[in-house]
Unconditional design. Structure first.
Length: 378
């Protein structure tokens, strides 16, 4: 289910590491053995380490597998914080839908109304694109992370090691995208574009007078008591408890592994800069699907999906993915990838069975298998 950022999904398998950190079982409840086996399989496939947490009516189960620090051999932690990448998009969409519920904007507003003159160039026209189309990726706006210069600067070894601490503004990210033609006319198709959510963050700031980070903290993080969740801005570190994050910084599936833990997350902006832990992600998605964050009308809008050919059995709503698993269970959530970090967070439609996990490597491992194991037992 992960819709990953740029080239971080193109790098390859490393040697497997020792398994560690026994699971804490939910008393008298669901058997999470298949989930643990899928986590261990990801480590055998080359992921340095995995941390996961599942919650349902029987209680909480959490486990870790593999290594959190390749230099010291320290095991992966069950309470690790990590970069969540595009899971940020669900938070951003939630804020925009709250603003709609308050009558401060409409999802049928054009981008031009809120950001005059910003979406222009090479066929882009913000007068023809709605906020809804930004949120469900039907805008046709070019994806900034597919730009070759951006990739060389931030995803490949020489560029990343030189520029990992550079600050990038939302305006700069949008300008890179505007140098390309759109992928299609607004509403004509579907294509995942991080630029859509950079623009969505800019709209939040224009509509409220506050940064999108401030609005997420005020509207979501603080009301839900998400103690490990933050929008770091330009802060380059991941607060403890946390593990190191590793990437290949290459287009190939082989080669050296680099510690990419520290970086300036402004390169992802409101499309993917957030940090959280599995507890907070479960609490967020459970609260969202139970209607604690949005009125019924806005939650229904968020859950209205368009077909996504890239993810079998899936539809994309407004920052929220619906997926039917092999056993017929539907889970709602989002995946996220950023340097050295691949994350997934899903919950059932009633918000009662949630799972969140993270790989601290970006080149291997089957996240879908972990989800299938938790909900289908295989």
């Amino acid at each position: 289910m992960s819709v990953r950022t740029g080239l971080v999904a193109t790098t390859a398998v490393a040697a497997a590491f020792a398994l560690a950190a026994p699971a804490a079982a939910a008393p008298g409840g669901r058997d999470h053995t298949p989930t643990r086996r899928a986590m261990d399989a990801a480590v055998r496939d080359g992921v340095p380490g995995v941390t996961a947490r599942a919650e349902d009516g029987h209680g909480t189960w959490k486990a870790a597998s593999g290594t959190g620090d390749l230099r010291t051999g320290r095991a992966r932690g069950t309470d690790d914080r990590y970069r969540v990448g595009s899971i940020t998009k669900t938070f951003v969409a939630t804020v925009l839908l709250q603003l709609e519920a308050e009558g401060r904007l409409s999802l049928d507003d054009t981008v031009e109304r809120w950001l005059p003159g910003v979406v222009r160039g090479h066929g882009h026209d913000g007068r023809r694109i709605t906020l809804r189309q930004l949120l469900n990726h039907t805008s046709g706006v070019y994806n900034v992370t597919e730009d070759e210069g951006f990739a060389r600067t931030f995803f490949l070894k020489d560029g990343f090691l030189r520029h990992r601490f550079d600050t990038t503004t939302p305006g700069q990210l949008v300008a890179i995208a505007m140098a390309h033609a759109p992928d299609f006319a607004p509403g004509a198709s579907w294509h995942y574009s991080n630029t859509n959510y950079v623009l969505a963050g800019m709209v939040i700031e224009k509509a409220t007078g506050h940064t999108y980070a401030t609005e997420i903290r005020r509207r979501v993080v603080e009301p839900l008591g998400l103690r490990a969740t933050l929008v770091p801005g330009t802060y380059p570190k991941v607060p403890k408890p946390s593990s190191r994050a590793y990437g290949k910084l290459a287009r190939t599936a082989t080669g050296p592994t680099y510690d990419v833990t520290e970086l300036n997350p402004s390169l992802a902006s409101s499309a993917g800069e957030m940090i959280a832990d599995s507890r907070d992600l479960n609490r967020f998605y459970s609260a969202l699907l139970r209607g604690r964050l949005l009125p019924r009308k806005q939650l229904a809008e968020m859950k209205t999906t368009v077909r996504v050919d890239d993810i079998p059995g899936a539809g994309y709503g407004l920052g929220l993915i619906d997926r039917e698993l092999s056993c017929g269970v539907h889970v709602w959530g989002h995946g996220g990838g950023i340097h050295g970090s691949t994350s997934e967070a899903v919950t059932t439609a009633d918000g009662r069975h949630s799972l969140a996990f993270n790989f601290n490597g970006d080149w291997s491992g089957d996240g879908d298998a972990v989800i299938e194991a938790e909900y289908c037992g295989s």
